[in-house]
Write a protein that binds this ligand. Sequence first.
Ligand code: PLP
Length: 455
Amino acid sequence: MDSQDTTLREIGSGRLPQERRVVTDIPGPNSRALAERRKSAVAQGVGSVLPVQVTDADGGVIVDADGNSLIDFGSGIAVTNVGNANPRVVERVKAQVERFTHTCFMVAPYESYVAVCERLNRITPGDHEKRSILVNSGAEAVENAVKIARYATGRQAVVVLDHGYHGRTLLTMTLTAKNMPYKHGFGPYAPEVYRMPLAYPYRWPTGPDGCGPEAAAQAIDQITKQIGAENLAAVLVEPIQGEGGFIEPAPGFLPALAEFCRTSGALFIADEVQTGFARTGDLFACEHEGVVPDLIATAKGIAGGLPLAAVTGRAEIMDAVHAGGLGGTYGGNPLACEAALAVLEEIEEHDLAGRARGIGAVMLPRLRALAERLPAIGDVRGRGAMIAIELVRPGTKDPDPALTAEVARRCHARGLLVLTAGTYGNVLRFLPPLVIPGHLLEEGLDILEEALSHP
Ligand SMILES: *Cc1c(COP(=O)(O)O)cnc(C)c1O
């Protein structure tokens, strides 16, 4: 990892020591005081994975109010791919905040919005002519992609997949598969959304071989029978599922669905909100199987944590919508656009996609070796710096969410921030910042191994 450490030194700020430091219980007394205070101020429907009080963060560490320095395997859910408070992001945002903070692009436009769209049009898969719009969140991007697809096709039905996650607004919650905690009690849901099977290799009834084409055939058969291809506006997929548990659809599945869309006059929409911007070792995860989406929704990693999201797609589809049909007050805020331009420069200049592949090359072999020893690890999967393990009762594929929560707790107590995921709550997922130093990555894996092996 020496060469990767060199990369980090070039692009990290060097402001905080890149070290794990546990000096109190986690959460410590100051963090616990904040957790107490929030109870009477913040609605309890908003949870926190690790209830610390963050005071600082840089590169691969998060520092709390008790002086603990945690190794970050979460990146704020795949957002701070270029590291927290990345110096280039900070510099550009600072310069912009002193010029102007908002005019509303729909009222009086500015250059950075156009520049972000130009960059997105250039770097997203496919060399066709493209257009983009900027919005504020992943959910808003997905929702706009569906609006645009319905408008451009004149059709209504939208197909999504089992285990999919697309957001928390009414439409995107409807598009999301999992009831608890995302949908429970929040209905009724939006109409014309249909859910199809996913090529989930670990849990496919006949095993992983042939899973991709088989699952695609089932999905296409159901779409044809239940909806009618002529009524289908779009198929919406995550090229690697995020909240669903980092499920990589089996090879052949996504290309078959994309081809079915092409021959049916429907649109193939990639939700790359979590997988985009070098996270999986490609700039966009669709590239792995050479799939070119008609529309692509992006957010999370796009602007280093400033709220920004986008829909990018074929010019004739994007331009179909009447003037004034798309937009929003804050969409493409100038601070967020400056941050995005900095992020895109960082990704390109420092080959962060290569760096993500390097992280995967460290993590996957270690986790696979661990899975050989520990029968509770049922599956190891993911690409680049988007890696997960699925925990099961030994000798079965029965999900073990209790063990998963316990292992996460043990990691947190030892100063490693990990996230859980999965329809069955039995997936530990790892999303280190792409600039994490090699020694922290190895140390994080040591802690994980300890937490899995010994209570
Ligand atoms: C996080 C996420 C969303 C929703 O993004 P928000 O910014 O939280 O609205 C949508 N799709 C995927 C795949 C996500 O991971």
